[in-house]
Structures are given as C-alpha cells and as structure tokens.
Design a binder for this molecule. Structure first.
Ligand code: CMC
Length: 425
C-alpha cells in the first residue's frame, strides 16, 4: 500500500496528493485536502468511514470478533481481573501493581458518597422518571459541587474528577433505582468491594442487609469489565465532542449517558427484554423473524456497526447466563432468546448482512434474574462505562491533535432572497 494517493479532479484534471496513514486501519488525511484551489470535504453521515482520533485505549477487529483493552484480550480480563483493576488499566495504560491497586481501591472507596444536596436533585423527579434521566442530571450536577473539574489541564484536578465519577456512579444509580421503588437510600458500605457495595446499596432492606453471593458479585464484576470501554461508539463520541469545547468531565459524561440511553445504543438491552416479552413464546419466533425480514421490526441485540462476527462480549455473557441461572433460577425468556439466536445464525437475511448477537442480547436476561427492572438495564451499562469515558476524556484532553468538533454540512436550502416587501404572507 503506498503512503499517498494521487487524486484527479474529473472536470479540471487538476491533481492532488492524499496522504495515507496506516496503523490499525488505513486512513486518508483529509484535514487540509484541496484539489487545486478548492477544498474537498468528506461526506460521511454517521461517521461510518471516518477516524476522528488516534487512540491507544481499546482495539477492536470487527471482522475477527476481537476486543482488547490496552492490548489485553477481553476474555482474559473477564476471567482474571476485577472492574477496578480494568478501570486503572484503561486510565493508566498498564495493569496496576498490587500496591497501586490497593491504593486505587481505597481512593475510590472514600469518594463513594454523593453530596447531600444531590438528593434534593433526585427528589425533584417524579417517581416514574427513567433512571437514566436521573443519572444524566445527577452526573451533570456534580460540576456544581466540584467546579475544580474545569481545571482539566492540571493532572491533579483531572485525576480528582476521574475518581469522583467512577466512585459515585454506582451510588447515584442505586439511589435512582430505590427512588423508583419508593425506598430509602442505602449509604455505601466501605467494607465492601465496588460491585458488592453496589448490590448492597441497591438491594439491602432495613434490618436485612444484602446477602452477598460470591458468584453473583463475580457475575456483576464480569459484566462491568465487558462494558467498560468500546472505543469510538456513539456515547464516547458524545463525550469527546462535548469535551472539545473545553468542558469538565461531569458535563461530558452526562452527555455520554444521554447518548447511551438511545435504543440503538445502550438502550438496546432494555429493548431486547421488551422484544422477548412481546414474542411471548418459542412457537411465535418464526413469525417474528418474518416480520424482521419484512422490515416491520429490528431484532434488538443483533447487529453491530463494527462487529461483523459474534461480539466477543456476547460470548462471555452467554456463558455467565448459565452460571447466574444456577443460583437465581432460569429466566423463562432464555428459551425464546436461544431460538431467536438459532434463526439469526441460520437465516440468510442475517447471515448475508453479517448480523450476530451483540453485548445487549443476553445481558438483560441476567439483569432480570438479578432482580432489576428493564429500565435499570442501561444504567447498568452506564455505570461501568464511566471508566471508559473517563479514559477517553483524558486521552482527548491531552491530545495536541484535537480541536473543537465542528463538522461541515452540504447546504441544500434556498440561497439569499429578499423578505417580501408587503410583509408576511
Ligand atoms: N435487525 C434486523 N435488521 C438489521 C439489524 C437488526 N438488529 N441491524 C441491522 N439490520 C439490517 C439493516 O436493516 C440493513 O439492511 P439493508 O441493507 O437491507 O437496509 C443492514 O442490516 C445494515 O444495517 P444498518 O442499520 O445500516 O447498520 P448500522 O451499522 O448503521 O447499525 C446497529 C448498527 C447496531 C444500530 C444495528 O445493527 C441495530 O439497529 N441493531 C439493533 C440495536 C442494537 O442491538 N444495538 C446495540 C448495539 S451493541 C451495544 C452498543 O455498543 O451500543
């Protein structure tokens, strides 16, 4: 592959050189691209073929179904690591030493509590409020309590904001959950690890502390590792775009939470459960598949912009499903999901479009078995994604190549015309 291409304008025959950079993908550098005197822009709605940054955090090979954080395969991390260790890895580029991990865990633990006034932010929402809306607003409100987060060029200030975000996300998520159920908030328990404390804040009842089940805590830990980062997806792009105008981490992550909430992104896990319930029984699966093929519905939890192979996260979650169901009992919707997957992997509609189960296909079944209502599913995606957003934010802020995000448009409306002399029509 040459490191440049000569492009010829068909009308004027003017030639220009296009520089090609090659790392994980080949990309043409279009920043200053001109043919003769004329700038030439790329038209790429949805950024389907546009690289917006250099990044050293997460590597995906969608063709081969590979996902790595800082070079470590996701399956190894899911088997051997913990969420907080992975968060450190994403933020710092290397796995922590034992001493670093211990200090990091302690630092996160001391920041778990949220300011009392945040509870008044929560109180303003109706009981029916979606917990993602509560999460988004609460995280945005953190900037009012920690304005130091605007000093993001100072590594100390930046580090304080990162740890606060990662530490407080589970607390806010648990409060949003309990508010929906009309229950009092449960304060963090400093003797519990990150995931065990999260389950405690969610499910403990007065006089009946959450009974920690080691395998369920581990299942949560694995789900958190799998969701921690996924390079330049819709919500990460939102975080980076909002950061580009000089914003603090909390405002940026609030934007990320909003982007994640959509059903084509993180909201898909909630949509999968809704779809499974609507299908209702295994014998109705063929009819549903025919509807999808006729364009009446999408098979939620299937397909991915990058993966044209089985999503490696879905493979790991599918294994966890059995583990969790051994303790919680089998979710009856599993049979419908397995039958849908069987059709999806055999039917030419899905095969020819290379649509495979993605991370959201099986995760909802586990969440439901753990006792979460569907509206909490995307929250359970957002809480661990905080570490990925934080790492991406940090990389963006320290990247001298980056500028305020400001795409171009191709204008198709009227050109200059005069306001009618006799006033409005
Ligand atoms: N069910 C049925 N058809 C589909 C699906 C699906 N889930 N996904 C894509 N297609 C079809 C689509 O209709 C199109 O067909 P045609 O070429 O005949 O018009 C073709 O496949 C390509 O689809 P696309 O919408 O152009 O692909 P995209 O890369 O823009 O969209 C996607 C990716 C994830 C939004 C899409 O696959 C989808 O809507 N999936 C369902 C929602 C979902 O599960 N989202 C979670 C993604 S993973 C978690 C995350 O990272 O957010």
């Amino acid at each position: 592959m040459p490191d440049s291409l000569i492009v010829t304008h068909p009308a004027s025959a003017t030639q220009a050189t296009l520089n090609i950079t090659e790392a994980s993908i080949k990309a043409a550098d279009l920043r200053q691209f001109r043919i003769g005197d004329e700038p030439l822009a790329a038209f790429d709605p949805g950024f389907t073929n546009t690289a917006v940054c250099h990044s050293a955090i997460t590597y995906i090979d969608g063709e081969a179904g590979v996902l790595e954080y800082r070079g470590y395969p996701i399956a190894e991390l899911a088997e051997k690591s913990t969420y907080l260790e992975v968060a450190w890895l994403l933020l710092n580029g290397e796995l922590p030493t034992t001493a670093e991990l211990e200090a990091w865990e302690q630092r996160v633990t001391v920041h778990r509590r949220v300011p009392e006034e945040v509870k008044t932010v929560l109180a303003g929402f109706p009981a029916s409020a979606h917990p993602m809306t509560i999460l988004m607003s609460s995280v945005a409100s953190f900037y009012s309590f920690y304005p130091d987060a605007r000093n993001f060029d100072d590594p100390e200030s930046r580090s304080r904001a990162l740890v606060r975000l990662i530490a407080k996300m589970p607390t806010i998520a648990a409060y949003a959950f309990r508010k929906g159920r009309g229950e009092d908030y449960v304060a963090p328990d400093d003797d519990l690890g990150y995931c065990a404390n999260f389950l405690h804040m969610l499910f403990a009842q007065p006089g009946r502390p959450y009974e920690e089940h080691e395998r369920l805590v581990r299942a949560m830990e694995v789900l958190f590792i799998l969701h921690a980062d996924h390079e330049q997806n819709c919500s990460t792009n939102a975080v980076r775009s909002v950061a580009s105008s000089g914003n603090d981490l909390f405002t940026c992550c609030s934007a990320g939470i909003g982007a994640l909430h959509g059903p084509l992104h993180g909201g898909a896990n909630e949509a999968v459960l809704k779809m499974l319930r609507e299908i209702g029984s295994v014998d109705r699966v063929p009819e549903f598949i025919e509807g999808v093929k006729a364009g009446k519905a999408r098979m939620m939890g299937f397909g991915h912009r990058v993966y044209k192979n089985y999503d490696p996260r879905a493979k790991i979650i599918k294994k966890s499903v059995e583990d969790v169901f051994e303790i919680t009992g089998v979710n009856p919707l599993l049979k419908i999901a397995l039958e849908l997957e069987r059709h999806g992997l055999e039917d030419d509609y899905f095969v020819s479009r290379r649509l495979y189960p993605n991370v959201d296909f099986y995760s909802g079944l586990i969440y439901e078995a753990l006792g979460f209502p569907p509206e909490m599913f995307t929250v359970l995606f957002a809480v661990p994604r905080a570490s990925g957003w934080a790492a991406q934010y940090q990389e963006f802020i320290t990247d001298p190549e980056q500028k305020i995000v400001r795409p171009k448009q191709i204008y198709t409306g009227h050109r200059t015309r005069s306001y009618p002399a006799d006033g409005p029509r």
